[in-house]
Design a protein around this ligand. Structure first.
Ligand code: PGA
Length: 239
């Protein structure tokens, strides 16, 4: 997809109310004319951050959603609740949830469907393990995840996040990312954004965001400090 890049910060299980200062710093430094930016804090901060960013270019998302409507699901969060709290997007199927919460493709697809039905942009994560890449199966694994987890329609983005690149400081080569994003593009068609995620830092963001079919980035560790997140947003080439 051509157009402005989308930079999404995934705070994971980090952030207390005092982290609002980072949000204020991002708002203050966000150039209005470049990439679109979304920060996904833990659930506990979604409503407060959404209120804080109202009327600014920074938007707020969440990191997970329950596939069902509101009901008897202790500890879970429905898509309608995220919308009500002011979220515009939600990450689904992150590898830490696929691994840590046994989320299958079918569960991810149900979550994605619930998100898009509620009007949220679903950011659907896919990616191979190191062993799968070594075995030459990376593209096949990602194609299988896409076939199993994408919604039938609606507003969604795909985030290609090689499991071995998350939090490791390692990234695939530009050629490997280009090849994977081309394979994903062949599945999703021209409209959805395809983000790259996995050790995106201020120092490599410009190079990664210039790769063909890389429409943005999903950023973990480097999104926790406003300065680093802003540097990544600022590394986006103009639309
Ligand atoms: P990282 O995490 O940027 O810290 O590698 C990315 C992610 O897990 O979304």
């Amino acid at each position: 997809m051509a157009g402005a890049k989308l930079i999404v910060g995934n705070w994971k299980m980090h952030g207390l109310s005092g982290a609002a200062g980072e949000i204020d710093a991002i708002i203050a430094g966000l150039p209005e004319t470049t990439a679109n930016a979304i920060v996904c804090p833990p659930f506990t901060l979604v409503a407060a951050f959404a209120a804080r960013t109202a009327g600014t270019p920074l938007r707020i998302g969440a990191q997970d959603v329950h596939p069902g409507a509101m009901g008897a699901h202790t500890g879970d969060i429905a898509a309608a609740m995220l919308v009500d709290a002011g979220a515009v997007a939600v990450i689904v199927g992150h590898s830490e949830r696929r691994a840590g919460h046994a989320e299958t493709d079918a569960i991810v697809r149900a979550k994605t469907a619930a998100a898009v039905a509620a009007g949220l942009m679903a950011i659907v994560c896919v990616g191979e393990t190191a062993a799968e890449r070594r075995a030459g199966e990376a593209v096949a694994v990602v194609e299988r995840q896409l076939a199993g987890s994408l919604p039938a329609g609606g507003d969604y983005a795909v985030a290609y996040e090689p499991v071995w690149a998350i939090g490791s400081g390692l990234t695939p080569t530009a050629a490997e990312i280009a090849a994977m994003h081309a394979a994903i593009r062949a599945v999703v068609g021209p409209r959805p954004r395809i983000l790259y995620g996995g050790s995106v830092k201020p120092g490599n963001a410009a190079e990664l965001l210039a790769i063909a079919d890389v429409d943005g980035a999903l950023v973990g560790g480097a999104s926790l400090a406003a300065r680093d997140f802003l540097a990544i947003v600022g590394a986006s080439p103009p639309a």
